[in-house]
Design a protein around this ligand. Structure first.
Ligand code: NAD
Length: 483
């Protein structure tokens, strides 16, 4: 019998009010390995009410920043202790090599928890010189208060890491939360919630309700006691959430998709740039919001660079990621498999040159081939739309100005990478990018102390660093008459 997972509401594991369930399917063999409770609006109401009660009058509301810092550090230690368990959960859920969550996602989650513990006691207000009140002197100051109950809605591509980005910051700010993991990957969020209990967070501060986005996600967004929605996912769902949130005046942070450029100048360290571009394309099977999937290469080195990148794609060993030597597993779900193949077909039809990979025909498991297109144009759909798979599109440019224009000619604005050994050029081009983060000679460095987020269709707001924690607060001003 597959394992059955239940919601985590007010510290207890419970089934859905209508006993609804979803299957979790292993992308390697397409077998059901667990069932999970699929929530209803009633389950959401129970979880939000528990979170609300803790925030307004419950034990949590009595804890100060120093207490919250201790609990966050406790949680960080427990996540570190359970590194292998959490890495296994996320690896199996999306068919990823366990080495990646082990080396990156779990340590990054720990770093966010420890950084947030540091912020918990430093979300300071200000003393503001004011002009007085009807001729009488005044003292005005501000305090940072928790924004309220948060709905944290999470995608499937890096479940633990993205859940923790939200959780760490909102707990530092003193908020409570209902987490809605993605349909495919709820396991590590459930484990994290159980660790919160073990760390000493009062029951009801952290709740998890699983299920379908249109049901559980929507009910959370519409709930009158939810003050803020912190969403990571597709622009389509992000837009739907904004429409719900607008008339209800809820605070919204949106971390959405990307079509990030990697600009390779002819003065770049060639091998480093090939390696870095390949990493930005193929890590996590390309299912990364910041995937550097538009490779802009200066004309003089374009042929040589495209060939080297194609060779890097061909050398990736694809298969069951639990097997020795396998570097890339399947994509996470059937819909993703079909989507990636559809884009590869489109790239061929649009006239790009297929240099490596191509359409996949996997008998069992959702395996796709690392694919590189050369001689592409920035107008093609494979250059404009987020594929969310291991597919790279190489586009040639001649001048720095042309590279900047091509890089910015996108509906998205999440991240960019600049490969060059010219220092002035690096700063100039980085400064001209209309994105939230630029890596110079390194693809997408993630750091708990740095803010992360996008422009345009890539979203609204920032997670991580001080801005990430402040996003879960409201600044209240208090004025005292001093006669
Ligand atoms: P998705 O939008 O389909 O789902 C994300 C979450 O939203 C899931 O939990 C889902 O159940 C829920 N949801 C879906 N529709 C909803 C609705 N109408 N109301 C409320 N909730 C709803 O996205 P996905 O396929 O899980 O993730 C892939 C996307 O996430 C990509 O576009 C990727 O770029 C983006 N992403 C962005 C970042 C970032 O930091 N900017 C990080 C990771 C992933």
């Amino acid at each position: 019998m597959p394992q059955h997972l239940k919601h985590f509401i007010e510290g207890a594991h419970t089934d859905s009010s209508d006993d609804g369930r979803l299957d979790l399917i292993n992308p390697v063999d397409e077998q059901v390995y667990a069932t999970v409770a699929s929530g209803t609006a009633q389950d959401v109401d129970r979880a939000v009410s528990a979170a609300h009660a803790q925030l307004y009058g419950g034990a949590w509301s009595k804890l100060n920043g120093s207490h919250r810092a201790v609990l966050l550090n406790n949680l960080a230690t427990l996540v570190e202790r359970d590194l292998e368990i959490l890495a296994d959960m996320d690896a199996r859920a999306i068919g990823r090599s366990r080495m990646e969550p082990r080396m990156m996602d779990v340590p990054n989650a720990v770093a966010h928890l420890r950084a947030a513990a540091g912020w918990a006691n430093h979300l300071e207000g200000r003393t503001i010189p004011s002009s007085g009140y009807m001729g009488v002197r005044t003292l005005s100051y501000t305090v940072r208060e928790p924004v309220g109950v948060v709905a944290a809605i999470v995608p499937w591509n890096a479940p633990l890491m993205i859940t923790t980005w939200k959780l760490a910051a909102l707990l530092a700010a003193g908020c409570t939360v209902v987490i809605k993991p993605s349909e495919e990957t709820p396991q590590s969020a459930l484990h994290l919630a159980a660790l919160c209990q073990e760390a000493g967070f009062p029951d009801g501060v952290v709740n998890v309700v699983m299920g379908v986005g249109e049901v559980v996600g929507r009910a959370l967004c519409e709930h009158p006691k939810v003050a803020k929605i912190s969403f990571t996912g597709s622009p389509e769902a992000g837009a739907a959430i904004q429409r719900i949130a607008a008339p209800l005046f809820k605070r919204v942070t949106l971390e959405l998709g990307g079509k990030s450029p990697q600009i390779v100048f002819d003065d770049a360290r060639f091998d480093d740039a090939v390696r870095g571009c390949a990493m930005g394309l193929f890590i996590n099977q390309g299912q990364v919001c910041a995937a550097g999937s538009r490779i802009l290469v200066q004309k003089g080195i374009a042929s040589k660079f495209s060939a080297a990148l194609a060779q890097a794609a061909k050398s990736v060993s694809v298969g069951d990621p639990s097997q020795e030597g396998v570097q890339m597993g399947p994509v996470a779900k059937k819909a993703q498999y079909e989507r990636v193949n559809r884009y590869i077909r489109q790239g061929i039809d649009e006239g790009a040159e297929l240099l490596a990979g191509g359409v996949s025909d996997s008998a069992k498991g959702w395996f796709v081939r690392p694919t590189i297109f050369g001689k592409a144009s920035n107008r093609m759909s494979i250059a404009r739309e987020e594929i969310f798979g291991p597919v790279g599109t190489v586009i040639e440019f001649e001048t720095e100005e042309e590279a900047i224009a091509l890089a910015n000619d996108s509906a998205y604005g999440l991240a960019a990478t600049v490969w060059t050994s010219n220092l002035e050029r690096a700063h100039k081009v980085a400064g001209a990018m209309r994105v939230g983060a630029v890596g110079v000679n390194c693809w997408s460095p993630l750091d708990a102390n740095l803010p992360w987020g996008g422009l345009k269709t890539s979203g609204i707001g920032r997670e991580g660093g001080l801005p990430g924690a402040l996003a879960y607060t409201e600044e209240k001003v208090i004025t005292v008459l001093l006669p």
